[in-house]
Write a protein that binds this ligand. Structure first.
Ligand code: 3PG
Ligand code: MG
Length: 379
């Protein structure tokens, strides 16, 4: 994607103008004292500079978002109310519409529903980087009907991620983790071509281990990807774990199940056991690679870090990334959550608000929502 995204600077004065801003306020919530509260307002805070700028130029700003997956109907627990309360604590002058996904037209990319959203608005701004991989009505239709622009954060995230892929300072080290190899193989392939070293950890790494002939016991493993993992390993720049912390496969793990101590395995995990985190030798090796990087892209945790017994690998990687002087970009809900758990969000160059969207932008170099802005007839 070489063409740049349209900016709202070209609209001149915004005095008296009504602007619809599509945001991604799909944030985690939890019940606290009997009502749902936002537990992570990162995505809300990321839109404040845009809101403040549009408001200070005299515009009336109305925001809209999806929230959860209510599947085209009104579902009480997916009302935006907790998000709206948090937004209004941070910025009083922006109205937030009800959950877009209460209408089946949103996910169906229905033209009539899309048109109803911008009815009465002068302009549209897409500030929903995290939802721009979805070709849904609120993302795709407004740019065909009113002058439209990229939000500050959307523009910055896009150019940061694409810039890093196009001309990284070297060595460029990519760290890919997370549970499922199926979700991450495409991005791993792209990064094997672009990065000098690709570190693979998390549940997805066991399919790579299996491709080298190691035993993986009952760890997460996907037989249908073994061949592709073997091909990536043959390229020579992929680093995988050499040891693992794990448990008998019948044991509970996750939050609140810290009774049974973890067992350390080498590269082979015996039958009846499952690996749940990278071990100390892997962590040390990964950190050495990270320490020499000039550019770092990190997406996905190294283990089940919400369980204290299996957080050391993710913590070691997070600390190494934070300590490094490299340009570091962290994307994906889980790795961002990990940075927050260890109090390190301020120590990386850029934290992406997008999970699936940042993966897809790395994989494909473009997103439907970005295309919709570039192809708007009002540009
Ligand atoms: C996200 O949180 O990943 C985005 O808001 C997109 O949500 P979705 O996966 O439900 O489309
Ligand atoms: Mg998602």
């Amino acid at each position: 994607m070489s063409e740049s995204l349209p900016s709202y600077d070209r609209w001149g004065s915004l005095k008296g103008k009504r602007i619809l801003v599509r945001v991604d306020f799909n944030t985690p919530v939890a019940e606290i004292d009997g009502r749902l509260e936002v537990t992570d307002d990162f995505r809300i805070r990321a839109t404040l500079p845009l809101f403040e700028e549009l408001l200070s130029r005299g515009a009336t700003v109305v925001a809209c978002t999806h929230f959860g997956r209510p599947n085209g109907q009104v579902v009480e627990k997916y009302r935006v109310e907790p998000v709206r309360r948090r937004l209004n604590e941070l910025c009083r002058d922006v109205e937030l519409l009800e959950n877009l996904r209460f209408d089946p037209g949103e996910e169906a990319n229905d033209a009539t529903f899309g048109a109803s959203l911008v009815d009465g608005f002068d302009y549209f701004v897409n500030e929903a980087f995290g939802a721009s991989h979805r070709a849904h009505a609120s993302i795709m239709v407004p740019p065909t009907l009113v002058p439209s622009a990229a939000g500050l954060n959307l523009a910055r995230e896009t150019s940061t991620i694409l810039g890093l892929l196009e001309s990284p300072q070297r060595p460029f080290v990519a760290i890919i983790g997370g549970a499922k190899v199926a979700d991450k193989l495409a991005i791993t392939k792209v990064l094997c071509e672009k990065a000098d070293t690709v570190i693979v950890g998390g549940g997805m790494a066991y399919t790579f281990q299996a491709a080298l002939g190691h035993g993986v016991g009952s760890s997460l493993f996907d037989a249908s990807y073994v061949e592709q993992c073997a091909q990536l390993l043959a390229a020579g720049n992929v680093v995988i774990p050499s040891d693992a912390w794990g448990l008998p496969s019948t044991s509970a793990f996750g939050t609140n199940s810290v009774d049974e101590p973890a067992t350390l395995f080498g590269a082979d995990i015996p039958d009846g056991f499952a690996g749940l985190d990278i071990g100390p030798a892997s962590a040390e090796q990964f950190c050495d690679v990270i320490a020499n990087a000039a550019t770092i892209l990190w997406n996905g945790p190294m283990g089940v870090f919400e369980d204290e017994r299996f957080s050391s690998g993710t913590e070691a990687v997070a600390r190494a990334v934070a300590k490094s002087d490299a340009v570091s970009v962290v994307g994906g809900g889980d790795s961002v959550a990990a940075l927050q758990v260890f109090g390190l969000e301020g120590d990386v160059s850029f934290v992406s608000t997008g999970g699936g969207a940042s993966l897809e932008l790395v994989e494909l170099g473009d997103l439907p929502g970005l295309r919709a802005l570039r192809e708007s007839p009002f540009n």
